[in-house]
Design a protein around this ligand. Structure first.
Ligand code: GTP
Ligand code: MG
Length: 468
């Protein structure tokens, strides 16, 4: 990525997704974008068209791409060029709309590279937009978050950061912290003089009431949105043979995992991704929990137990027909501090149709009786899962919500601001308070992308796909 420090060259990449598709786009950005396009573009005999190539800015032009060395015609395309600074990267940009499909696009890209462009690094078009001042770091990150969005809500949250609103709010906060700092400095310098009223306590209160509370709200909103952004991990656990794998197959509507009447069928953790209520969910099938002598099964059980620490929610499945056993009670105890939904499976085998009463200790957990085999009550189960997951969610309304990186920096900033407020409450500790505030400002600067080293930027842009 070191090459990125130099943005003087011209880069190119396939901008559309890999695989079959009606249209695919190769994007070129840099000072030679137009000349590279002219070199390989042969205008079509369009009625009313001119033969001067794609000279008109921001107009699609029909034509052909020829390989600059072999002269071979590669694809029939629509091409355009957008002179900087009014382009995505802020540089001269050319775009070639060819036919989709891996081979056609690779051939197009190869022609562009042969004509003098360099293959772009991940996120390099966006990084150039940042370096050219067309967008700020919060907007650049919003682009990556938008592309990575796993739910409609995550998409909306990223969209709100795309227009720079977060930058404006963080900048406003930064200015307020800076103002407080200047006032402390003034106290330190002129504190002995009568004109300056000594009010370090008042400044501490101002930090707490105006700034700390705002950052805390941001952090809480990030936590609330986490499920929508990262997805929720959910494990299905229970004794062997209760029907855990059957449920996974029902929810995914595929024969994803092996189901047999032999207890101990599942040994590995098997993850599947589904969307419930617009939320991305990873459901994990696990090995049945019991005392096992089988060494392979025991490893599976250990993995299940470890995984419980990683997931946000547990579907605890029992066999309604067999009744609640002492093993179920043991598993229930193991789950006591988890977020649990109890599922009583195999209700089709219940002659009475009434599932066994759940033990006292489980009464805080929502319970539902289903038949995974006969597809009964599964939508009720899904409703309960969505409700339980959403119960954690606080709607941020129209607010901008920072992403995970920004949240981490806000947490660090919060610590420093709290420390500053504490210092200011102490006798003659104005200077220390000012240092803490300075560090807090440093974290806000990292959100804004100011004074970031190349390595930090590399890390941020590594998340991007090539061609963005
Ligand atoms: N009658 C009935 N049988 C079921 C139901 N769900 C699962 N079964 C059967 O119960 C047996 C075990 O099902 P699995 O889904 O493999 O159970 P599991 O909990 O994954 O078992 P392990 O992987 O061994 O822990 C299979 O024969 C299933 O067909 C149900 O709702 N009703
Ligand atoms: Mg299984």
């Amino acid at each position: 990525m070191a090459a990125l420090v130099n943005i003087g060259d011209t880069i190119a990449a396939i901008a559309t997704a890999r695989g079959r598709g009606a249209i695919g786009i190769v994007k070129i950005s840099g000072p030679d974008a137009a000349s590279i396009l002219h070199r390989i573009f042969e205008p079509g005999a369009w009625k009313g068209g001119t033969a001067d190539g794609v000279s008109k800015a921001r107009r699609l032009r029909h034509g052909w791409i020829r390989h600059p060395v072999t002269g071979e015609r590669i694809d029939e395309v629509l091409a355009s060029w957008m002179p900087g600074p009014h382009s995505y990267s802020g540089e001269d940009v050319a775009e070639i709309n060819g036919h989709g499909g891996g081979q056609a696009l690779t051939a197009l890209l190869e022609a562009v590279i042969s004509a003098g462009a360099r293959l772009a690094e991940p996120g390099e078009f966006t990084r150039r937009a940042l370096l050219n001042g067309r967008i700020d770091l919060t907007q650049a990150e919003a682009v990556a978050d938008l592309i990575d969005a796993r739910s409609q809500k995550a998409l909306k949250l990223a969209g709100r950061r795309l227009d720079g609103e977060l930058r404006r709010q963080v900048e406003a906060l930064r200015q307020e912290v800076l103002d407080v700092r200047s006032r402390i400095e003034a106290e330190i310098d002129f504190g002995d003089q009568v004109e300056v009223e000594s009010d370090l306590q008042g400044l501490a209160a101002l930090i707490r009431e105006q700034m700390v509370s705002r950052i805390e709200r941001w952090i809480a909103q990030c936590d609330a949105a986490k499920g929508y952004v990262d997805g929720v991990r959910l494990a299905v656990v229970g004794r062997p043979n209760v029907g855990k794998s059957s449920l996974i197959n029902r929810i995914t509507k595929k024969e994803k995992v092996i189901v047999t009447e032999i207890p101990g069928t599942t040994r590995d953790l098997v993850e599947v991704s589904v969307s419930l209520g617009g939320m991305p969910i990873t459901i994990t099938d696990t090995a049945g929990l019991h005392e096992s002598q089988d060494p392979v099964e025991r490893i599976g059980i250990q993995r299940t137990e470890r995984y419980l620490d990683e997931c946000e929610m547990v579907v605890f499945m029992v066999d309604a027909a067999a009744g609640i056993s002492s093993e179920d009670l043991r598993i229930g105890e193991m789950l006591s501090d988890r977020k649990v939904v109890v599922v009583q499976n195999k209700m089709d085998l219940l002659r009475t149709g009434i599932p066994p009463k759940v033990p006292e200790g489980w009464s805080g957990w929502p319970a539902v009786a289903i038949s995974a085999k006969h597809d009964e009550n599964l939508s009720e189960l899904e409703d309960i899962l969505v409700r339980e997951i959403e119960a954690e969610d606080v709607d941020p309304g129209g607010d901008v919500v920072p992403n995970m990186r920004q949240q981490g920096l806000l947490c660090s900033c919060l610590e420093r601001l709290n420390a500053a407020a504490e210092r200011l409450g102490e006798d003659k500790a104005g200077e220390l308070g000012s240092i803490e505030l300075g560090e807090g400002i440093g974290y806000l600067d990292q959100i804004l992308g100011r004074c970031e080293g190349a390595d930090v930027m590399d890390q941020i842009f590594q998340r991007f796909c090539i061609g963005k």
